[in-house]
Design a protein around this ligand. Sequence first.
Ligand code: GUN
Ligand code: ZN
Length: 405
Amino acid sequence: MILAGQLLLDSSSGDCRLSPGFVRFDNGYVAEVVEGELPKSADFGGQSWLISPGFIDAHLHLPQFDMIGAHGLPLLQWLSEYTFPAEKRWEDVDFARSMCRRVFQQCMSHGTTAMCAYATVHYDSAIAAIELATSLGLRGAIGQVLMDRGAPDYLCREANRLIDQTVKMIDRFPPTMRMSTAITPRFAVSCTRDLLTAAGKLSRERGPFVQTHLAETQEECEVVRRLFDEQEYVDVYNDSGLIGKRSVFGHGIHLNDRDLQILSGKEATIAHCPSANSFLRSGTMDRVKLARNQVKFAIGSDLGAGYERSMVRVGRSMIEAASTLHDEFPTASQAWHAITAGNADALGFADAGRIQAGFPADLVAIEPDIPWLDTKVSPLSMLMFAWDDRWIKQVWVQGRPRLPG
Ligand code: GUN
Ligand code: ZN
């Protein structure tokens, strides 16, 4: 299979460049990337097509796709009113499986080929989600949500049982797999110290991803102080052994330099979720502060608090959010980088986020209907701000086409 067009390639400085050329893939892997000219014939593409690596979503909630748009409440009320009841539906594993089929199809149709995702507290449904993601060839990690308090009884489980189930899930989907298990304590508000400590111990023993939420709202930070003897949020996770190289913390808005230094010292990642932050009115994450403290940065949709299924639109939200804080904000080229190679680097996906020979063929063929190459505006900026999902003509996951037709 040969795809021709403007290849979206990363440059070492944290942004992207475009180069005319083609990608050839075979048996699910990229065999050749040629820059310079377009070939005389190709299976897909043309001069004004964009050929992009598949997008990577560093933070989303699979069971929340059916409740996107529950607007108006702050985080903790939004969780009680809408989120927990939606997650209850996953006690029915058949429902969860069929929902995942829809959700993964939606992600892929928007160009997402890799993700770090939350399931629910229901073990069988989390297994169904990761099995399906694996069979579709998706890259990433999925976790059974761990909660032993601070949520309705129907979603709380005893800590030991949750840890035993996560151990079983890691046995089946270890860190070496293309789609692996993430240890997923929801956030400190819904976990006892015992549960967090057991999760931290398991992460040291087995080395999988850890994903949780951190300092998304001021109110949440206050609740954590109250629950954990006036400790700071970051210290609660640090004392539990949950902060490490493979830990991905959703949001991280309300953190000071000291907190960020702790995350940076342990090479942990913050998954910035700009559209969710504006939707829940949680605050604006300061990327400049993160960079100053050298904290690893990833970007996620956080569906369903986030309302954008397209990572391109999430990239655009990042620019918009950052430009309300400082005169210095990311360019569209940097945002394209963030949703591809940047996320791959932050998450340690050494085989994703780039168009590169030897990588799995996770690719998106895009045909814009605007003169993006023939303009004074930066082409990548025009594409990001004028973005139209209908431009996506095909998406390949490990070389398999995932859109009809
Ligand atoms: N904090 C704890 N759980 C959640 C969740 O499901 N979504 C968001 N945005 N924040 C959370
Ligand atoms: Zn989240």
